[in-house]
Write a new protein. Sequence first.
Lengths: 296, 296
Amino acid sequence: MYGAIEAGGTKFVCGIGTGPSDLEVIQFPTTTSAETIGESIAFFRGRVQNRLKAVGIASFGPVDLRPGSPTWGRITSTPKPGWQDVDLAGEVGRGLGVPVGFDTDVNGAALGEARWGAAQGLEDAVYLTIGTGIGGGALSRGRLVHGLLHPEMGHIRLPHDHAADPYPGCCPFHGDCLEGLASGTAIRERWGRQPPDLEADHPAWAIEARYLGLALTTWVCTLSPQLFILGGGVMRQSHLFPMVRKELCRLLNGYIRAAAILQEIDRYVVPPGLGDRAGVLGAIILAEQAARNAVP
Amino acid sequence: MYGAIEAGGTKFVCGIGTGPSDLEVIQFPTTTSAETIGESIAFFRGRVQNRLKAVGIASFGPVDLRPGSPTWGRITSTPKPGWQDVDLAGEVGRGLGVPVGFDTDVNGAALGEARWGAAQGLEDAVYLTIGTGIGGGALSRGRLVHGLLHPEMGHIRLPHDHAADPYPGCCPFHGDCLEGLASGTAIRERWGRQPPDLEADHPAWAIEARYLGLALTTWVCTLSPQLFILGGGVMRQSHLFPMVRKELCRLLNGYIRAAAILQEIDRYVVPPGLGDRAGVLGAIILAEQAARNAVP
């Protein structure tokens, strides 16, 4: 039995199980770090006592993932008050006395989708969440892209036609990076309404599809994934999918001669196969890995 | 003894050896495919007869790298006349009767730099060439990024301030993608002079540093490399390095809190440790891999 935590800035989702067929979850709002981590630990203790082999955590970030780092497992420079430098993996591990696997929320979701969701059988795939913010996790040759820190895919820069879209962007660090222009926050600030309240033929969506198409173009040229999975609240507006696909094809302009793009674009840019459970299921896989690595 | 071919659109470099200490190379201009491949085969036959264990080829592209594909080892949709659909790996392998390793020129260079050059000991690094065109190869967790096709990093999209830089870009597919705006071809067309003929304080370089800084920003956020290696003819203007580093830091604006960027940027964006030999030395590694894979 594994424990899983999808640690978000708005809510925590805790799960127990081994996969989609037996996963039980609860969720609660993210408040102070002490209270929220305490509630998570209490949930696992109450439900499974000592039968937990390991816990996986897929967390909002930025986080420290460097093996051997003295601050491994911490949330680092988040703007979220009270969560800077919180030792999330350490507190959960000490609280429950089990090994902990730890990665970003979107890396967790990418793992979950690769095992049980839309990316089954693929080695190279990108999972994106377009919600309040924008984040991405990438699998390259079957392994998550990590590196110096971890990808912060929401912060790439894009062409921004100020005449067509005078909105300056909402990213406190970069202004008009992808997240600054295309997150749910940007849509709400630009139009004064929440994304679900904008009708399908509202001009908001052509602008949104333009930015997401530009971002996907950049990632096709950088990561060459076999699949893009687009999740998050903004993508619940499902009419966006055909618009993004069309924009991606238009921008690539036939340069990448792959059937997946030229002939099967409807299957190349898709919603998550696991819906909202990709992250917490990915955390189950992180727990599995931690249990395996802990065997002497 | 391994054979190595760095197959470029302008010249072929053929090498024999096992590494930097014993590598012997010749080079000749790229003409027709029959003539150039023939000349390569003749070189290896003349020099080492039957003592070659395998040949590695680091090729211009796009190329087909998909294992098991019926067109594996071919140059595919290149605009170079007479080279479309040329079975480069197959012809060399049949001509010499040895296993062939095959990858892109920039992936080869990334491998070479990781083994013997600037990226030794690193698992996550990006090699870029900024010359007539722009290309990039990336190592993620010690393996080359491949995927659907292979990265075509020169074709990412960037902010383009038409008031500051009215040049429309020279990419036949995308106009003002990175290659369209920042390749040696773009510099020559924009200013009417070759890059080496533009003095160090010419405004060309601020524009060039701006585009390269934007591109590196996007790749920091996507691939999170531990190192960028910038090669190619344009980067021989070594005054560009501090300008690109400064621009990268300015654009990231403190968001990525890694010492490599915040404190050691001079060691984060560097020229190739192997100079012009990165590609052909990388092809030696591709040959090694092919010899290893061919053992039953």
